[in-house]
Design a protein around this ligand. Structure first.
Ligand code: MEV
Length: 411
């Protein structure tokens, strides 16, 4: 399109190629992108000019509720997949993870501004009828096994806070919940004592709580002393916010990787998880490890408002690939797999900290990233990697030094 024509349009109305051209003319270097992919991506988001890719790794086998799964993990940190896989092998030897996701629904909130004559007790009597009305209107959700489950309300000054619990069936349900809330909000503001609906939107408050548990024979983890260290670390995480937040970051390494691989809303889960970790007014670890008899037991609970349909899940080939790996899973099963993966990452971190330390494994893997940035042949990179790992020096300077040495030796 000519520049005069373009200038009449808003940036978001331009074609992705036009935006790229514009940026290139501004002197910005852009990475190559397949034009078909660019068109598809343009339909998924706004102002699209390219793509950021993540590697997709897998846990070849993680047993959850006696079923073995291939778990897709999309993450750029190599130690995350390695750590989860190490734990998965130990979990599997011990019979795998037992998990349960309570798919009770997600909350939505409607806030009404009301007049002085508003009567909350009378208003509450309308709720069964409102539930029925919404379920008639959103019959397709009901046909899929979901629907509005419950409405509650409280009043503060002239504001009425309505909480609507929506079962989204197999979806995450954000769009459907928002549609239901707007429908109810529009209906309610027509009532005499209600001035207007201030807002009607879903809440990311933690629900769909999913718990994963493992019981590990002490000899499968290196013995009683290591188990005791893991329990001590866990106790520190219950009381010390500096450790708690890092412990939880380790859990989210696994959780977010599977969320991203399956096209789920990791931002919503992250926000809800932070609230759950702070449930009693003090931020604490989401996981707990104890010695029970002759076993080390670990549990984690995570709010997982996730889905296997809806959003961009069906339209993204990369996400469909993840579902091909997982096999046919329900939202409940996927939530249980995600919580199990979070527990696997948590266990692996605690085990490493209690034994050889985190850095050893971490840096060994990080060395691959260091060599990837070298201006060298593939053979030279392989030699540099070997030298970095042998010498345990994991810096860019060391990589450069080894490359120089290799080249000198070859002259
Ligand atoms: C690193 O990505 C995550 C850990 O720090 C988690 C933890 O310390 O529990 C290893």
């Amino acid at each position: 399109m000519k520049s005069e024509e373009l200038s009449k349009k808003k940036f978001y109305q331009w074609l992705p190629e036009e935006r790229r051209e514009f940026l290139k003319n501004e002197g910005i270097e852009l990475s190559e992108v397949d034009s078909g992919a660019l068109d598809r991506l343009d339909k998924l988001s706004e102002n699209v000019i390219g793509q950021v890719r993540l590697p997709l790794g897998i846990l070849p086998r993680l047993i959850v509720n006696q079923q073995a799964y291939r778990v897709p993990m999309a993450v750029e940190e190599p130690s995350v997949v390695a750590a989860a896989n190490h734990a998965a092998k130990i979990f599997n030897k011990n019979g795998g993870v037992v998990a349960n996701s309570i798919r009770n629904g997600i909350y939505g909130q409607i806030v009404l501004e009301v007049s002085d004559d508003f009567d909350l007790t009378n208003f509450r009597e309308e709720f069964p009828q409102l539930v029925e009305l919404a379920n008639q209107k959103f019959a397709s959700l009901v046909n899929h096994g979901g629907g509005v489950r419950e409405i509650e309300a409280s009043k503060k000054a002239n504001l009425v806070f309505i909480r609507v619990l929506v079962d989204p069936a197999e979806a995450m349900g954000a769009n459907k919940t928002n549609a239901i809330l707007e429908f109810l909000g529009n209906k309610l503001e027509k009532q005499v004592d209600i001035k207007h609906t201030l807002y009607a939107i879903l809440s990311n408050y933690p629900t769909q709580l999913t718990t994963a548990k493992v019981s590990l024979a002490l000899d499968s983890i290196g013995g009683l002393e290591i188990a005791k260290k893991i329990v001590l670390l866990s106790e520190i995480g219950q009381n010390d916010i500096y450790r708690a937040v890092t412990n939880n970051k380790g859990i989210m390494n696994g959780v977010d990787s599977v969320l991203v691989a399956t096209g789920n809303d990791y931002r919503g889960v992250e926000a809800a998880t932070a609230v759950l970790a702070n449930e009693n007014g003090t931020y604490t670890s989401l996981s707990k490890w104890n010695i029970e008899g002759d076993k080390l037991s670990g549990t984690v609970t995570i709010p997982l408002a996730i889905g296997v349909v809806g959003g961009s899940i069906k339209s993204r080939k990369d996400v469909q690939q993840s579902f091909n790996l997982l096999g046919h899973v329900s939202a409940k099963q996927l939530a249980e797999i995600i919580a199990a993966t979070g527990l696997a990452n948590n266990f692996s971190a605690l085990l490493a900290i209690s034994t050889k330390g985190i850095q050893a494994g971490h840096m060994k893997l990080q060395a691959r990233n260091l060599v990837a940035t070298l201006n060298a042949t593939e053979d030279e990179k392989a030699e540099v990697l070997e030298k970095l790992q042998q010498s345990k020096q994991y810096t860019q300077e060391a990589a450069m030094k080894f490359l120089k040495e290799i080249r000198k030796d070859k002259k």
